[in-house]
Design a protein around this ligand. Structure first.
Ligand code: C2E
Ligand code: MG
Ligand code: MG
Ligand code: MG
Length: 270
């Protein structure tokens, strides 16, 4: 009987593994189609100067509509990474973001920031791809920021790719700072321009203050992610955090809506 039960457990394990694999295959097939048919697209979230309330940039975030519903990036980005589709997905994100935001940058100085995964950075052709997209879309390097998480950045720090990109005016942001393992001292050696504090630290005032001081001493622009309340916004303003991003200032949304926000705010400024 024990043997039988063990066999049954193993069969259930096999079943769930098989179910997982087929779900992954289904997502991958959907993504492959999405790369061609427009069901993969971008939302944009305002990055705001807390001192003035004005938008200074936008973060481009990939969205996937499958059967009428949005699938979260936390579900499809890992599958794209596991199946090698992330290269094409990342290139699509860069091309869509630069196409859309080139006039925002030219007319209003609003930059776009795009997330980059480890596979893309390992591709020796990556810098060439990015520079090609800038040329193709008319986006100046200064209008583009690439967001890279700590661990990936440490990987890429010794390769020439980040230097090449920065020579063309593209800035590098360290994303989700604080969640990785790089010590604050290590930060000095990373080729970065912008530091984004992970939203899990938003209410940890002493940690936030320490990071902001360090970042300021190294002339990094600081961005706090995940600002959801007015209290948090006030606190970050007092701490002299350069920029903020979060539901309190605006959720990620369609390009059309961002465009009308940009137009409104430049009309009131004029
Ligand atoms: P991320 O780059 O750290 O992006 C910020 C995430 O926080 C976004 O989740 C955004 O919607 C969410 N967020 C913004 N403000 C708030 C807030 O006030 N409260 C809370 N709770 N959340 C907030 P999203 O869009 O689900 O994306 C998740 C992650 O997926 C991103 O984290 C990024 O790592 C990855 N991702 C998204 N688009 C791309 C892409 O085009 N390429 C790559 N490689 N990764 C992407
Ligand atoms: Mg990001
Ligand atoms: Mg982030
Ligand atoms: Mg994050």
């Amino acid at each position: 009987a024990a043997k039988l039960a063990g066999g049954a457990r193993l069969a259930r394990f096999d079943d769930s593994l098989r179910a997982q694999q087929s779900e992954r295959a289904r997502i991958a097939a959907g993504l492959r189609q999405g790369l061609a048919d427009g069901s993969l697209f971008l939302h944009y979230q305002p990055v705001v100067d807390p001192a003035t309330g004005r938008m200074t940039g936008v973060e481009a975030l990939m969205r996937w509509r499958r059967d009428g519903e949005l699938v979260p990036p936390a579900v499809f980005i890992p599958v794209a990474e596991q199946t090698g589709l992330i290269g094409q997905l990342g290139e699509l994100a860069l091309r869509l973001a630069c196409t859309r935001a080139a006039p925002w940058y030219r007319r209003h100085g609003i930059y776009v920031t795009v997330n980059v995964s480890t596979h893309q950075l390992r591709d020796p052709g990556f810098a060439g791809t990015v520079l090609g997209i800038l040329a193709e879309t008319g986006m100046p390097g200064a209008g583009l920021v690439l967001e890279i998480t700590e661990s990936v950045l440490i990987d890429a720090a010794d390769t020439p790719v980040l230097g090449t990109l920065r020579e063309h005016g593209i800035r590098i942001a360290i994303d989700d700072f604080g969640t990785g393992y790089s010590s604050l001292a290590y930060l000095r050696r990373l080729p970065v321009d912008i530091l984004k504090i992970d939203r899990s630290f938003i209410d940890d005032v002493s940690f936030t203050r320490a990071i902001l001081q360090l970042a300021q001493s190294q002339d990094l622009v600081t961005v706090a992610e995940g600002v959801e309340t007015a209290t948090q916004a006030d606190q970050l303003r007092e701490l002299r955090c350069d920029l903020v991003q979060g539901y309190h200032f605006g959720r990620p949304t369609d390009a059309e809506i961002i465009e009308s926000l940009i137009r409104e705010s430049s009309a009131t400024a004029a």
